[in-house]
Design a protein around this ligand. Structure first.
Ligand code: 4NP
Length: 156
């Protein structure tokens, strides 16, 4: 059965599209994994990723231009196996949609993968400059290395 991984942020135009693109690139042609992303807010439904996320992705040879913003739904909590949120606000919003403890258990701060138990957020870069996006890229790249490793080992 396919492992289904969902990356979640607020707008689904800055952080989670990058996370989706980075993880997909690490999984190469592993067809047993589905990676998608969504936002907890509806401001950018149907929009392409923010130009600053597109630019940082391009710098690291990733093309995320085909992604489009979509809203996180209660159905996602059933459909996906692992739901990686970027910050505590996303966490609270995602948990609100869960209808069981099993669904709640799927939701995890993505930086738990590299800083377990420390409750570290991927900071919202929307109102920051380009350095914010570089910083976000580096954090997500490290976290996705761990996630990809766990997938290859069958842990996820
Ligand atoms: P994201 O960043 O959650 O990383 O996609 C944001 C994008 C847009 C907004 C907030 C955060 N916004 O308020 O429109």
């Amino acid at each position: 059965m396919k492992t289904k991984i969902l990356m979640v942020c607020l707008g689904n135009i800055c952080r989670s599209p990058l996370a989706e693109g980075i993880l997909k690139s690490k999984l190469n042609d592993n067809t047993d994994v589905l990676v998608d992303s969504a936002g907890t807010g509806n401001y950018h439904v149907g929009d392409p990723p923010d130009s600053r996320s597109v630019a940082i992705a391009k710098r690291y040879n990733l093309d995320i231009t085909n992604q489009r913003g979509r809203l996180l739904t209660a159905e996602d909590l059933k459909e996906f196996d692992h739901i990686f949120v970027m910050d505590q606000f996303n966490y609270d919003d995602a948990i609100e949609l869960a209808e069981s403890d099993a669904e709640k258990a799927k939701v995890k701060l993505i930086l738990e993968e590299i800083f377990p138990g420390e409750n570290v957020d991927v900071p919202d870069p929307y109102h920051r400059g380009d350095q914010g996006f570089e910083n976000v890229y580096q954090m997500l790249n490290e976290a996705c290395d761990v996630i990809s490793d766990k997938i290859q080992k069958g842990i996820y």
